[in-house]
Design a protein around this ligand. Structure first.
Ligand code: XMP
Length: 477
């Protein structure tokens, strides 16, 4: 009459023969057509999880953030822009100044665009100098002309620079900005020492083909024609149709409509069955997102009586997707081992809310309660989030009395994302080492699990002991 379905806690991966060390495992993955990530993790589009700060932090470590849509469209696009501007390789359209400008104009431009220097161009757009805050330090006369103060001996790159040649020029000349010109000395770009340093500090950053961080944004079937153009202008890398029930006519129509209007990769969801996965793929989704009710703040399964335990949902949808598009396992990740299980069930990556809500970079302030530090975490279907405007995710009209499908709460403060994500990814690599899987595609194909009992789960956790020193990758709230 019905099938059994399992959640992550119901199963364990069978260890296998291995010739690989965890540190040598490769965790790169494909998020969707044309976008690669260096770690298989993205952050949830939730108003207590992902805004620009967290999106920058996670992309610097190789994943990506999805900026939530409880923000007005302009503000969401502004935050996407902040992420895209955080890191550059060659800035294609740097702020420049003309040779006729006065020092006062330059100071105003520097303030307005928050830059510490600008190439100076003649009327033919050729590079004739560079002016930086260093040149301006002892210049109090705002009426002086830029050409009287700028540095004329310019260190520059011609053509297509390499990181090695740029690095050498920065080191040898102790400069902070390196203009790039074409063979006729016309400015084509600018490299800054700040960007070079950021790239060096974050060698695994997930970047687009111009060296900028990858970022996504949530949209809905109701607002995609408003958010779409703004997000495109802000150079968003991908959008997510963020709905609680993705297997609907509404979502399919919107998906087709979006694909027709915009040339931006689309992730669509959420679904939890083969039927839902197939329909999203047939209607053009570039990746599908799986999860109905596994989230730590979700009450959909008890309020509506609907859902599929997440391990089975991922397994089934991944079978349907079978290499056609990537599968994202959304919700229910409590420990790093759940990431290994999700990918073992066939997902290409996971989406995480709860574990990231307590990070320093997530929105909101730290709260002290009973002597410990927490941060707020709430479902997008909770009363608080619905009041802020996210009702359409749950098919609730503006004038309707809300029936929440999520709760509001708090999670322990976890410090900075960098070390926390390192623990999650190291746990995944350990799992891959136990199975002898050298990369994500091998782990996806491995598919050897055992079903465990309640006693097995109890035995899996720390037991018969009082924890005296908390580990960075294990706690039981
Ligand atoms: P975790 O387990 O990481 O899950 O906290 C985050 C995911 O949960 C989904 N989400 C919700 N689901 N009611 C729901 O049924 C809600 O209020 C809600 N808010 C978020 C979402 O897919 C997220 O990525």
């Amino acid at each position: 009459m019905f099938n059994e379905a399992y959640s992550y806690d119901d199963v364990l991966i069978l260890p296998g023969y291995s010739e690989i060390l965890p540190r040598d495992c490769d965790v790169k993955t494909t998020l969707c057509k044309g976008i690669k990530l260096n770690v298989p993790v993205i952050s949830s589009a939730m108003d207590t999880v992902t805004e620009d700060k967290l999106a920058i932090a996670i992309a610097l470590e190789g994943g990506a953030g999805v900026i939530h849509r409880n923000l007005l469209p302009d503000e969401q696009a502004r935050q996407v822009g902040n992420v895209k501007r955080y890191l550059n390789w060659v800035i294609e359209n740097p702020v420049t100044i003309g040779e006729e400008a006065k020092i006062g104009d330059i100071k105003a431009m520097m303030d307005r665009y928050d830059v510490s220097g600008m190439p100076v161009l003649d009327k033919g757009k050729r590079l004739i100098g560079i002016i930086t805050s260093r040149d301006l330090r002892f210049c109090s006369d705002d009426t002086l002309s830029v050409v009287d103060v700028m540095t004329r001996k310019i260190v520059k790159e011609e053509g297509t620079p390499t990181t090695e040649s740029a690095r050498r020029k920065f080191d040898e000349n102790r400069i902070e900005k390196l203009p790039v010109v074409d063979s006729e000395n016309r400015l084509t770009g600018l490299i800054t020492v700040k960007d070079m340093e950021k790239h060096a500090q974050h060698p695994y950053a997930a970047t687009d083909n111009t060296g900028r961080l990858i970022v996504g944004a949530a949209i809905s079937p109701q607002d995609y024609m408003i958010r779409g153009p703004l997000l495109k202008n802000a150079h968003v890398d991908f959008v997510v149709f963020d709905t609680a029930h993705g297997n609907t006519k509404n979502v399919m129509d919107a998906l087709k409509g979006f694909k027709k209007e915009f040339n931006i990769p689309v992730i669509a969801g959420n679904v939890a069955s083969k039927d839902g996965a197939r329909r999203l793929i047939d209607n053009g989704a570039d990746a599908i997102k799986v999860g109905i009710g596994p989230g730590s703040i979700c009450t959909t399964r008890v309020v509506a009586g609907v859902g599929v335990p997440q391990f089975t949902a991922v397994w089934e949808c991944a079978e349907e997707a079978a290499g056609k598009v990537p599968v994202i396992a959304d919700g229910g990740i409590k420990f790093s081992g759940d990431i290994t299980k999700a990918i073992g069930a066939g997902a290409d990556l996971v989406m995480i809310g709860n574990l990231f809500a307590g990070l320093k970079e997530s929105p909101g302030n730290e709260i002290i309660y009973d002597g410990r530090i927490y941060k707020e975490y709430r479902g997008m279907g909770s009363l608080g989030a619905l009041k802020k405007g996210g009702g359409d995710r749950y098919q609730i009209a503006k004038d309707e009395e809300p029936t929440p499908e999520g709760i509001e709460g708090r999670v322990p403060y976890k410090g900075e994302l960098r070390s926390f994500l390192h623990q999650l990814v190291s746990g995944l690599k350990k799992g891959m080492g136990y199975c002898g899987c050298k990369d994500i595609s091998e782990l996806k194909r491995y598919r050897k699990f055992v079903k465990i009992s309640a006693a097995g789960l109890r035995e899996s956790h720390a037991h018969d002991v009082q924890i005296t020193q908390e580990a960075p990758n294990y706690s039981r709230m």
